[in-house]
Design a protein around this ligand. Structure first.
Ligand code: SAH
Length: 464
């Protein structure tokens, strides 16, 4: 019998999607069901149907999965931040590693030694998880608004909407966030300062951005305002400054009708406009608008893996493509002769250059532009050279022109850092057909409780 909207059916969840929904098969249909976990048997109701797949809503868990666990956060299901809180952490790690392994085999064409009893030509090293997968984020951005009963609230957007779910103590964020938000809300109530309303484009305080340097303890609070100044800002600063570690309090001006959180201008109401933090021995100055990895503990481990895979002895010339603020470049530069970074966003390169100076690193050089344009141009004109090339592209992966130039430059090793294992696998296949062979791969869980995972792959040039 054909299912239609609101019909109820029973299904066993056998897999998880990239965005953390459970996946089950029923009458040849693939169903995506939020809030379910692989191994659950559930009753679900039909929400939407396409040709071969559909979306259904969880109604009842008939038989819970052995990996099912109680969500720690009361708003876990409604909030758009976490998708896997109801899955045991060990199972999360296993799920992420399997997903990457399967993509590398299925899309990347690597030999599937786990399922076929062949001798592996490559190694999948165990995923790097966190000992404590909570409170790992060094940055939080809370939208401000009013609740139905008129109170000023801070929280997070519900999945795919701009409804604010009240939550002052996200369990992925720093413990200090709650006290900071309570002070800000109290201040706004006292001085009649309105939170921003998206619909009418009125009110003042849009977002509160909080950053903490985990290795220095320094804290930054930045209020994003729909105006030029925050009235009584010094009163707020006096209260916030009582929180240990408070280093920088500032306002970011954003008067646009936009979804983009931050505007361009920042002014300080207390301390400098930046905080300092370290990843390994490398020091960074972080402003409210800087890009900076959100999980410093795992970032260090990810970069260590990339460094290990790069196999540097101190004599190498390395290119770091898609380098952002140069975090990987500076990590590598401590062990290489010379590192060149390429990045499309000019402000990120400004940060990268400043951070290189801050760390007295003179063997790094940065270029602004698209990797697929800068690299071919330098190669054609200047015959640039590389022993090792590191790439860390956005989700869509590398442009073929970029990969073709890498092949022409013929480095010994390519280290591919990826946040999307499907495009990673596609690019690995492309390089595989052009003389590069995967030696090993390792996942690093930068975002516990979410469906995301980061992967590092080492490819070596096959000897002629
Ligand atoms: N390696 C950095 C950042 C990686 S995120 C780190 O670990 O911190 C990917 C970066 O690629 C972003 O900074 C993005 O701005 C940049 N980017 C996107 N498309 C690009 C392109 N075509 N060429 C160069 N950089 C690009």
């Amino acid at each position: 019998m054909e299912l239609k909207k609101n019909d109820i059916f029973t299904v066993k969840i056998t897999d998880m999607s990239d965005d953390g929904s459970g996946i089950g098969k029923h009458q040849g249909f693939t169903w995506f069901i939020k809030d379910t976990v692989a191994g659950d048997t559930v009753e679900a109701s039909v929400m939407k149907m396409k040709k071969s797949y559909g979306f259904a809503r969880l109604q009842k868990i008939l038989q819970p999965s052995p990996s099912r666990t109680e969500a720690r956060c009361a708003t876990a299901r409604r909030c758009g931040g976490c998708q896997l809180q109801e899955m045991d952490y060990k199972a999360q790690l296993q799920f992420k590693e399997n997903k990457v392994y399967n993509n590398l085999c299925r899309i990347g064409g690597l030999d599937d030694f786990r399922n076929l009893s062949s001798q592996g030509t490559w190694t999948m090293e165990p995923i790097i998880g966190m000992e404590n997968p909570w409170r790992y984020r060094n940055k939080a951005q809370f939208p401000m608004g009013r609740s139905r009963d008129g109170r000023i609230i801070a929280g997070f957007y519900a999945g795919r909407t701009h409804d604010i779910i009240e939550n002052h103590d996200c369990l992925l964020g720093a413990e200090e966030n709650k006290a900071i938000l309570d002070i800000i809300i109290n201040f706004m109530e006292t001085y009649d300062i309105e939170p921003y309303c998206e619909r009418s484009h009125t009110g003042l305080v849009r977002h509160v951005l909080i950053r903490k340097g985990f290795s220095t303890g320094e804290i930054m609070v930045c209020l994003v305002i729909n105006g030029n100044t925050l009235p009584y800002g010094e009163m707020l600063a006096a209260e916030l400054a009582k929180i240990p570690g408070m280093t920088s309090i500032c306002c970011n001006l954003n008067k646009e009708k936009t979804n983009v959180i931050l505007g361009k201008k920042v002014y300080s109401i207390y301390g400098p406009q930046y905080i300092t933090d370290y990843i390994g021995h490398v020091k960074y100055q972080i402003s409210p608008v800087s890009f900076y990895q959100v999980n410093p503990v795992q970032t260090k481990r990810l970069y260590r893996t990339a460094l290990e895979y790069a196999g540097l002895t101190g004599n190498e010339t390395v290119w770091d493509l898609y380098c952002g603020i140069g975090t990987i470049s500076l990590f590598l530069a401590q062990h290489a002769k010379k590192v060149y970074g390429v990045e499309i966003v000019p402000q990120a390169i400004e940060d990268a250059r400043r951070n290189a100076l801050l760390n007295h690193m003179e063997n790094v050089e940065f270029f602004v532009g698209k990797a697929e344009e800068v690299l071919p141009e330098k190669y054609e004109k200047e015959q640039i050279y590389a022993d090792v090339i590191v790439v860390d592209p956005p989700r869509k992966g590398c442009d073929p022109t970029c990969l073709d130039t890498i092949v022409k430059m013929s480095p010994q090793r390519v280290v591919y850092v990826s946040c999307d294992s499907a495009t990673l696998a596609r690019d690995v296949k492309y390089l595989g057909e052009r003389g590069y062979q995967v030696e090993k791969a390792r996942c690093c869980d930068m975002f516990p409780m979410t469906g995301h995972v980061e992967t590092v792959v080492l490819m070596s040039r096959v000897k002629d």
